[in-house]
Design a protein around this ligand. Sequence first.
Ligand code: V47
Length: 372
Amino acid sequence: MKFTNEKFNSEISEILERAVKGDKISEKDGIALMNSNDILNLGTAADKIRKNKVGDIVSFVLNLHINYTNICVSKCELCAYYKSQEDKDGYVISIDKILEMVKKARQISNISEVHIVGSLNPEIPVEYYENILKEIRKNFPDLAIKAFTATEIFFIAKRNKSSIKEILERFKDAGLNFIPGGGAEILNDEIRSKICPNKLKSDEWLNVMETAHKLGIRSNATMLYGHIESNEDRVMHILKLRDLQEKTNGFLGFIPLSFHPKGTNLYNKGLVTMPVSGIDDLKVIAVSRILLDNFDNIRSYWVMLGKNLAQVALHYGANDFDGTIEKENITYAAGKISERSANVEELKNLIKGAGRIPAIRTTDYKIVKILE
Ligand code: V47
């Protein structure tokens, strides 16, 4: 395949040709791609790789997001969602209420997955997490539970003076199936010291994931971009995920998260004043697909991209549309005007409108139903 739109830079065309042939792309070449403005050729190559790898089905899951607490000691500069322990708007949802939420979503939307993520709340004992898992498992035996990011697992282990492995084993026994990809932010400790100084370090995030994968708990991976990171940081992050995937093959999918600054300290301090452009969003999706040769699934996360750009991203290497979600909180808190849920008909139409085949999937990307 020849990339003829690249009029000025034959270096980019040459890298893309190698990528489409299936070669692993190096750090140096990855940086050249991330620095390139040749968005059409990047998209064409990523789309070709997507087609060769996973075909034309674009999947999504019927799911519910629950954020069990917003009280957080981490107080990340990137986050608009957290409250301090003294704040009157701080909350912790009771296990009964969580069960009620799941029951309702199950009855109304027939969800197959619950995604449970919170913040670093020192007042919550390990038994609370364990009981959420046990009660959901008992009441909804076939529901996939994707819960607690590597950041939360690390925090819970420390607070409980346990090892990561012990906590993961306890949670697995209680019913945990998968771990979400959040908390990765940018896997560069210098950037982390500015955007999330109190969170776990890059290697610690990777270590939680490696430990989980070795215990048979598969996970997603994310990257938060569009704040103070450079193109080099983005590429290094993606390559760290590729290296771990080489070792464990435990990542199910990659979810680039486009940063929404409003209401965050990064915004209040004038360090990040607006989200990245749509072109940058598409470039991140395309370069991720090109570099992550050992990931099957690249997600177009409509919550952060907005539904229409998320649809376009299906032509830039993405093959998954996340889920119905029911009620998203984290991006919503950061001033995103995007809707907080999607229905099956809407996702189906967006996917069909992109010329792809819509399908409902399980959490681990098995196709349940193709939507005609
Ligand atoms: O870890 C926080 C990010 C993540 C903002 O694994 C922000 O299936 C943008 O990880 N603007 C949580 N992003 C979301 C997440 C996720 C979502 C959907 C599916 C899965 C999965 C994982 O959101 C956080 C952080 O990286 N985030 N604040 C913000 N202002």
